[in-house]
Ligand binder design. Structure first.
Ligand SMILES: Nc1ncnc2c1ncn2[C@@H]1O[C@H](COP(=O)(O)OP(=O)(O)OP(=O)(O)O)[C@@H](O)[C@H]1O
Ligand code: SF4
Ligand SMILES: [Mg+2]
Length: 340
Protein backbone atom coordinates (compact mmCIF):
# COMPACT_ATOMS: atom_id res chain seq x y z
CA UNK A 1 0.00 0.00 0.00
CA UNK A 2 1.34 3.42 -0.87
CA UNK A 3 0.27 6.64 0.77
CA UNK A 4 1.43 10.22 0.64
CA UNK A 5 3.60 10.92 3.64
CA UNK A 6 4.48 13.66 6.01
CA UNK A 7 8.06 12.46 5.80
CA UNK A 8 9.25 14.27 8.88
CA UNK A 9 6.60 12.87 11.17
CA UNK A 10 6.81 9.40 9.65
CA UNK A 11 10.56 9.35 10.34
CA UNK A 12 9.92 10.11 14.00
CA UNK A 13 10.01 7.69 16.87
CA UNK A 14 7.02 6.94 19.02
CA UNK A 15 7.80 9.15 22.02
CA UNK A 16 6.23 12.60 22.20
CA UNK A 17 9.57 14.31 22.90
CA UNK A 18 12.45 12.78 20.98
CA UNK A 19 15.85 12.64 22.65
CA UNK A 20 17.44 13.79 19.38
CA UNK A 21 15.86 15.53 16.39
CA UNK A 22 17.70 16.11 13.13
CA UNK A 23 15.97 18.44 10.67
CA UNK A 24 16.87 19.27 7.06
CA UNK A 25 20.56 18.84 7.83
CA UNK A 26 22.98 20.10 5.17
CA UNK A 27 26.72 19.71 5.77
CA UNK A 28 29.50 20.88 3.46
CA UNK A 29 33.23 20.43 3.62
CA UNK A 30 35.63 23.10 2.43
CA UNK A 31 34.92 26.74 1.82
CA UNK A 32 34.78 29.17 -1.05
CA UNK A 33 32.89 29.15 -4.33
CA UNK A 34 34.34 25.86 -5.59
CA UNK A 35 33.19 23.96 -2.48
CA UNK A 36 29.71 25.49 -2.81
CA UNK A 37 29.38 24.13 -6.34
CA UNK A 38 30.06 20.57 -5.13
CA UNK A 39 27.16 18.52 -3.80
CA UNK A 40 27.03 18.72 0.01
CA UNK A 41 28.29 15.73 2.04
CA UNK A 42 24.88 15.69 3.76
CA UNK A 43 21.91 16.92 1.77
CA UNK A 44 18.67 17.51 3.65
CA UNK A 45 18.68 14.64 6.15
CA UNK A 46 16.06 14.46 8.93
CA UNK A 47 15.11 11.84 11.52
CA UNK A 48 14.42 11.48 15.25
CA UNK A 49 15.60 9.16 18.01
CA UNK A 50 13.33 8.50 20.98
CA UNK A 51 14.66 7.96 24.52
CA UNK A 52 15.67 4.30 24.87
CA UNK A 53 15.69 3.81 21.09
CA UNK A 54 18.51 2.82 18.75
CA UNK A 55 18.48 4.19 15.22
CA UNK A 56 20.96 2.47 12.93
CA UNK A 57 22.62 4.66 10.30
CA UNK A 58 23.92 2.53 7.43
CA UNK A 59 25.44 3.08 4.03
CA UNK A 60 28.56 2.41 2.02
CA UNK A 61 31.86 4.07 2.77
CA UNK A 62 31.64 7.79 2.02
CA UNK A 63 27.84 7.93 2.22
CA UNK A 64 28.06 10.49 5.05
CA UNK A 65 27.41 8.47 8.22
CA UNK A 66 30.28 9.92 10.27
CA UNK A 67 29.55 13.40 8.94
CA UNK A 68 26.07 13.23 10.49
CA UNK A 69 27.68 12.00 13.72
CA UNK A 70 30.15 14.91 13.63
CA UNK A 71 27.36 17.44 13.06
CA UNK A 72 25.39 15.99 15.99
CA UNK A 73 28.45 16.18 18.24
CA UNK A 74 29.27 19.74 17.17
CA UNK A 75 32.57 18.64 15.60
CA UNK A 76 31.58 20.04 12.19
CA UNK A 77 29.06 22.89 11.91
CA UNK A 78 26.21 22.30 9.43
CA UNK A 79 25.58 24.71 6.54
CA UNK A 80 21.88 24.65 7.49
CA UNK A 81 19.30 22.63 9.37
CA UNK A 82 18.95 21.80 13.04
CA UNK A 83 20.08 19.18 15.55
CA UNK A 84 17.97 19.35 18.69
CA UNK A 85 18.85 17.62 21.93
CA UNK A 86 15.68 17.47 24.03
CA UNK A 87 14.29 20.36 22.01
CA UNK A 88 17.38 22.59 22.12
CA UNK A 89 19.26 23.29 18.88
CA UNK A 90 22.88 22.32 19.53
CA UNK A 91 24.32 23.49 16.18
CA UNK A 92 24.67 27.14 17.09
CA UNK A 93 25.79 27.09 20.69
CA UNK A 94 28.60 29.06 22.29
CA UNK A 95 31.51 27.03 23.69
CA UNK A 96 30.15 27.55 27.21
CA UNK A 97 26.66 26.32 26.29
CA UNK A 98 28.13 23.33 24.49
CA UNK A 99 30.29 22.41 27.48
CA UNK A 100 27.22 22.32 29.70
CA UNK A 101 25.47 20.03 27.20
CA UNK A 102 28.51 17.80 26.67
CA UNK A 103 27.52 15.39 29.42
CA UNK A 104 24.18 14.67 27.70
CA UNK A 105 25.70 13.88 24.33
CA UNK A 106 28.62 11.43 24.23
CA UNK A 107 30.45 9.40 21.59
CA UNK A 108 32.18 6.05 21.14
CA UNK A 109 34.50 5.85 18.11
CA UNK A 110 35.50 2.86 16.02
CA UNK A 111 39.15 2.44 16.94
CA UNK A 112 39.71 1.36 20.55
CA UNK A 113 43.46 1.81 20.08
CA UNK A 114 43.59 5.45 19.00
CA UNK A 115 40.62 6.66 21.06
CA UNK A 116 42.32 6.18 24.45
CA UNK A 117 45.37 8.26 25.42
CA UNK A 118 48.18 5.70 26.00
CA UNK A 119 49.96 7.99 28.49
CA UNK A 120 46.99 8.31 30.86
CA UNK A 121 45.64 5.74 33.28
CA UNK A 122 42.12 4.48 32.70
CA UNK A 123 41.11 6.34 35.87
CA UNK A 124 42.44 9.66 34.54
CA UNK A 125 40.61 9.10 31.24
CA UNK A 126 37.28 8.36 32.93
CA UNK A 127 37.55 11.07 35.59
CA UNK A 128 38.35 13.88 33.12
CA UNK A 129 34.84 14.43 31.65
CA UNK A 130 33.33 14.27 35.14
CA UNK A 131 35.74 16.91 36.46
CA UNK A 132 34.84 19.13 33.47
CA UNK A 133 31.21 18.78 34.56
CA UNK A 134 32.19 20.05 38.02
CA UNK A 135 32.11 16.70 39.86
CA UNK A 136 34.55 16.61 42.83
CA UNK A 137 37.69 14.47 42.55
CA UNK A 138 36.68 11.81 45.09
CA UNK A 139 33.17 11.34 43.67
CA UNK A 140 34.55 11.28 40.12
CA UNK A 141 36.86 8.40 41.05
CA UNK A 142 33.97 6.48 42.66
CA UNK A 143 31.91 6.97 39.48
CA UNK A 144 34.84 5.92 37.29
CA UNK A 145 35.24 2.68 39.26
CA UNK A 146 31.49 1.98 39.06
CA UNK A 147 31.53 2.78 35.35
CA UNK A 148 34.21 0.14 34.76
CA UNK A 149 32.22 -2.45 36.68
CA UNK A 150 29.10 -1.62 34.65
CA UNK A 151 30.96 -2.62 31.46
CA UNK A 152 32.27 -5.84 33.00
CA UNK A 153 35.78 -4.69 33.99
CA UNK A 154 37.29 -4.67 37.49
CA UNK A 155 37.18 -1.38 39.39
CA UNK A 156 40.94 -1.48 39.94
CA UNK A 157 41.45 -1.07 36.18
CA UNK A 158 41.51 2.66 37.02
CA UNK A 159 45.21 2.27 37.90
CA UNK A 160 46.20 0.61 34.64
CA UNK A 161 47.10 1.93 31.18
CA UNK A 162 45.35 1.21 27.82
CA UNK A 163 48.24 -0.98 26.63
CA UNK A 164 47.35 -3.51 29.34
CA UNK A 165 43.96 -4.24 27.72
CA UNK A 166 42.75 -6.09 24.62
CA UNK A 167 40.80 -4.35 21.84
CA UNK A 168 37.46 -5.54 23.23
CA UNK A 169 38.37 -4.38 26.75
CA UNK A 170 39.47 -1.00 25.42
CA UNK A 171 36.13 -0.61 23.66
CA UNK A 172 34.42 -1.39 26.97
CA UNK A 173 36.55 1.37 28.55
CA UNK A 174 35.51 3.77 25.76
CA UNK A 175 31.86 2.87 26.46
CA UNK A 176 32.41 3.44 30.19
CA UNK A 177 33.95 6.85 29.40
CA UNK A 178 30.87 7.75 27.35
CA UNK A 179 28.38 6.56 29.96
CA UNK A 180 30.07 7.75 33.14
CA UNK A 181 28.57 11.22 32.57
CA UNK A 182 25.05 9.77 32.52
CA UNK A 183 24.27 10.97 28.96
CA UNK A 184 20.91 11.00 27.17
CA UNK A 185 22.20 10.38 23.64
CA UNK A 186 25.26 8.39 22.54
CA UNK A 187 26.71 8.45 19.02
CA UNK A 188 28.33 5.08 18.34
CA UNK A 189 30.47 5.38 15.19
CA UNK A 190 31.26 1.83 14.04
CA UNK A 191 31.91 0.76 17.66
CA UNK A 192 32.39 -2.94 16.87
CA UNK A 193 33.89 -2.85 13.36
CA UNK A 194 37.46 -3.24 14.62
CA UNK A 195 36.64 -6.24 16.87
CA UNK A 196 36.59 -9.95 16.11
CA UNK A 197 33.18 -11.61 15.75
CA UNK A 198 32.82 -13.07 19.24
CA UNK A 199 34.00 -9.81 20.87
CA UNK A 200 31.56 -7.92 18.62
CA UNK A 201 28.67 -9.99 19.97
CA UNK A 202 29.72 -9.38 23.59
CA UNK A 203 30.04 -5.61 23.08
CA UNK A 204 26.69 -5.44 21.22
CA UNK A 205 24.99 -7.32 24.08
CA UNK A 206 26.59 -4.96 26.59
CA UNK A 207 25.37 -1.91 24.63
CA UNK A 208 21.82 -3.31 24.47
CA UNK A 209 21.81 -3.94 28.24
CA UNK A 210 23.15 -0.48 29.07
CA UNK A 211 20.67 1.19 26.70
CA UNK A 212 17.73 -0.62 28.25
CA UNK A 213 18.91 -0.05 31.82
CA UNK A 214 19.49 3.70 31.40
CA UNK A 215 16.92 4.56 28.69
CA UNK A 216 19.70 5.77 26.37
CA UNK A 217 19.11 6.93 22.81
CA UNK A 218 21.74 5.53 20.43
CA UNK A 219 22.72 6.79 16.99
CA UNK A 220 24.41 3.59 15.86
CA UNK A 221 26.58 4.01 12.77
CA UNK A 222 27.57 0.87 10.87
CA UNK A 223 28.66 -0.29 7.43
CA UNK A 224 26.39 -3.26 7.26
CA UNK A 225 22.79 -3.99 8.05
CA UNK A 226 23.63 -7.27 9.76
CA UNK A 227 25.14 -5.60 12.83
CA UNK A 228 22.43 -2.94 12.89
CA UNK A 229 19.72 -5.61 12.85
CA UNK A 230 20.92 -6.83 16.24
CA UNK A 231 20.74 -3.51 18.09
CA UNK A 232 18.46 -1.07 16.27
CA UNK A 233 14.70 -0.64 16.28
CA UNK A 234 14.75 1.66 13.26
CA UNK A 235 17.23 2.17 10.47
CA UNK A 236 18.20 5.05 8.19
CA UNK A 237 19.82 4.05 4.88
CA UNK A 238 22.12 6.74 3.52
CA UNK A 239 23.55 7.17 0.01
CA UNK A 240 25.55 10.20 -1.15
CA UNK A 241 24.39 12.15 1.88
CA UNK A 242 20.66 11.53 1.32
CA UNK A 243 18.18 9.16 2.95
CA UNK A 244 17.20 6.39 0.54
CA UNK A 245 14.97 4.49 2.94
CA UNK A 246 14.02 4.56 6.61
CA UNK A 247 11.69 2.54 8.78
CA UNK A 248 11.43 -0.28 11.32
CA UNK A 249 14.51 -2.46 11.11
CA UNK A 250 12.53 -5.65 10.29
CA UNK A 251 10.75 -3.98 7.33
CA UNK A 252 13.86 -2.39 5.90
CA UNK A 253 15.99 -5.54 6.19
CA UNK A 254 13.35 -8.19 5.38
CA UNK A 255 11.44 -6.32 2.65
CA UNK A 256 13.59 -3.43 1.42
CA UNK A 257 11.77 -1.08 -0.93
CA UNK A 258 14.79 0.74 -2.34
CA UNK A 259 17.19 -0.90 -4.82
CA UNK A 260 20.15 0.44 -2.85
CA UNK A 261 18.87 -1.17 0.37
CA UNK A 262 18.45 -4.45 -1.53
CA UNK A 263 22.13 -4.24 -2.51
CA UNK A 264 23.21 -3.47 1.08
CA UNK A 265 20.98 -6.18 2.58
CA UNK A 266 22.17 -8.78 0.13
CA UNK A 267 25.77 -7.92 0.95
CA UNK A 268 25.30 -8.25 4.75
CA UNK A 269 26.44 -11.66 6.00
CA UNK A 270 23.74 -13.89 7.55
CA UNK A 271 24.46 -17.07 9.52
CA UNK A 272 22.22 -19.31 7.34
CA UNK A 273 23.96 -20.25 4.05
CA UNK A 274 20.65 -20.83 2.20
CA UNK A 275 19.41 -17.35 3.06
CA UNK A 276 22.78 -15.86 2.15
CA UNK A 277 22.63 -17.58 -1.27
CA UNK A 278 19.07 -16.35 -1.86
CA UNK A 279 20.11 -12.79 -1.05
CA UNK A 280 23.10 -12.97 -3.34
CA UNK A 281 20.83 -14.26 -6.12
CA UNK A 282 18.36 -11.40 -5.50
CA UNK A 283 21.16 -8.87 -5.73
CA UNK A 284 22.51 -10.39 -8.93
CA UNK A 285 19.01 -10.56 -10.44
CA UNK A 286 18.49 -6.91 -9.66
CA UNK A 287 21.85 -6.11 -11.27
CA UNK A 288 22.89 -3.18 -9.08
CA UNK A 289 26.04 -1.49 -10.38
CA UNK A 290 29.11 -1.00 -8.23
CA UNK A 291 30.10 2.16 -6.36
CA UNK A 292 32.30 4.42 -8.42
CA UNK A 293 29.95 4.37 -11.41
CA UNK A 294 29.08 7.59 -13.24
CA UNK A 295 28.03 10.74 -11.37
CA UNK A 296 24.24 11.17 -10.95
CA UNK A 297 22.38 14.08 -12.53
CA UNK A 298 21.95 16.81 -9.89
CA UNK A 299 18.19 17.01 -10.44
CA UNK A 300 17.55 13.26 -10.33
CA UNK A 301 17.88 10.24 -8.10
CA UNK A 302 21.45 9.92 -6.76
CA UNK A 303 21.32 6.15 -7.25
CA UNK A 304 20.24 6.28 -10.93
CA UNK A 305 23.67 5.55 -12.51
CA UNK A 306 23.81 2.25 -10.58
CA UNK A 307 20.15 1.33 -10.64
CA UNK A 308 18.75 -1.40 -12.90
CA UNK A 309 15.20 -0.04 -12.50
CA UNK A 310 16.07 3.52 -13.57
CA UNK A 311 13.83 5.18 -16.14
CA UNK A 312 13.61 8.71 -17.54
CA UNK A 313 11.87 10.17 -14.51
CA UNK A 314 14.71 8.92 -12.26
CA UNK A 315 17.21 11.11 -14.08
CA UNK A 316 14.89 14.13 -14.21
CA UNK A 317 13.29 14.21 -10.76
CA UNK A 318 14.71 13.47 -7.37
CA UNK A 319 12.27 11.03 -5.72
CA UNK A 320 10.81 12.35 -2.46
CA UNK A 321 10.61 10.07 0.59
CA UNK A 322 7.16 8.47 0.58
CA UNK A 323 5.46 5.83 2.65
CA UNK A 324 5.45 2.34 1.13
CA UNK A 325 4.11 -0.26 3.56
CA UNK A 326 5.63 0.96 6.83
CA UNK A 327 8.92 2.40 5.52
CA UNK A 328 9.72 5.71 3.87
CA UNK A 329 11.42 5.16 0.53
CA UNK A 330 12.96 7.65 -1.91
CA UNK A 331 12.30 5.66 -5.09
CA UNK A 332 9.94 6.37 -7.99
CA UNK A 333 9.59 2.66 -8.63
CA UNK A 334 9.57 1.20 -5.09
CA UNK A 335 6.58 -1.01 -5.94
CA UNK A 336 8.67 -2.72 -8.63
CA UNK A 337 11.53 -3.69 -6.34
CA UNK A 338 11.43 -7.50 -6.07
CA UNK A 339 11.21 -9.19 -2.68
CA UNK A 340 14.44 -10.70 -1.33
N1 LIG B 1 37.31 16.40 6.58
C1 LIG B 1 36.80 16.23 5.37
N2 LIG B 1 37.07 17.08 4.36
C2 LIG B 1 36.54 16.94 3.12
N3 LIG B 1 35.67 15.96 2.79
C3 LIG B 1 35.37 15.08 3.74
C4 LIG B 1 35.90 15.16 5.08
N4 LIG B 1 35.39 14.14 5.81
C5 LIG B 1 34.57 13.45 4.98
N5 LIG B 1 34.56 14.01 3.75
C6 LIG B 1 33.78 13.55 2.60
O1 LIG B 1 32.40 13.53 2.97
C7 LIG B 1 31.76 12.37 2.46
C8 LIG B 1 31.16 11.57 3.61
O2 LIG B 1 32.22 11.08 4.42
P1 LIG B 1 31.96 10.31 5.78
O3 LIG B 1 33.28 10.13 6.45
O4 LIG B 1 30.89 10.98 6.54
O5 LIG B 1 31.42 8.92 5.25
P2 LIG B 1 31.13 7.56 6.03
O6 LIG B 1 29.80 7.10 5.57
O7 LIG B 1 31.33 7.77 7.49
O8 LIG B 1 32.25 6.60 5.44
P3 LIG B 1 33.03 5.39 6.17
O9 LIG B 1 32.08 4.24 6.18
O10 LIG B 1 34.20 5.15 5.26
O11 LIG B 1 33.44 5.83 7.55
C9 LIG B 1 32.81 11.61 1.67
O12 LIG B 1 32.69 11.97 0.33
C10 LIG B 1 34.11 12.11 2.24
O13 LIG B 1 35.13 12.06 1.27
S1 SF4 C 1 14.22 6.39 -8.22
FE1 SF4 C 1 14.74 5.26 -10.07
S2 SF4 C 1 16.99 5.28 -10.10
FE2 SF4 C 1 16.38 5.84 -8.05
S3 SF4 C 1 16.41 3.95 -6.92
FE3 SF4 C 1 14.30 4.22 -7.66
S4 SF4 C 1 14.23 3.16 -9.63
FE4 SF4 C 1 16.37 3.40 -9.09
MG1 LIG D 1 32.61 6.90 8.91
Amino acid sequence: MTAPADTTSAARGTAATPALEIRDLVVRYGSGRKAKRLPPAIDGVGFDIAPGETVGLVGESGSGKSTIGKAVLGLHPPASGAVRLHGQDVTRLSLKQRTSLAADLRVVFQDPYSSLNPARTIGQTLVEPLRLMGVGAAEALVRARKGLESVGLPADAVDRFPSQFSGGQRQRIAIARALVCDPKVVVLDEPVSALDLSTQAQVLNLLADLRDEHGLAFLFIAHDLGVVRFLAQRVVVLYRGQIMETGPVESVTQRPRHPYTVALTAAAPVPRPAEQAARRAAREALGVGSAGSAQPAAAGCPFAPRCPLATGICVEQRPPLRLVDDSLTACHHAERVPAL
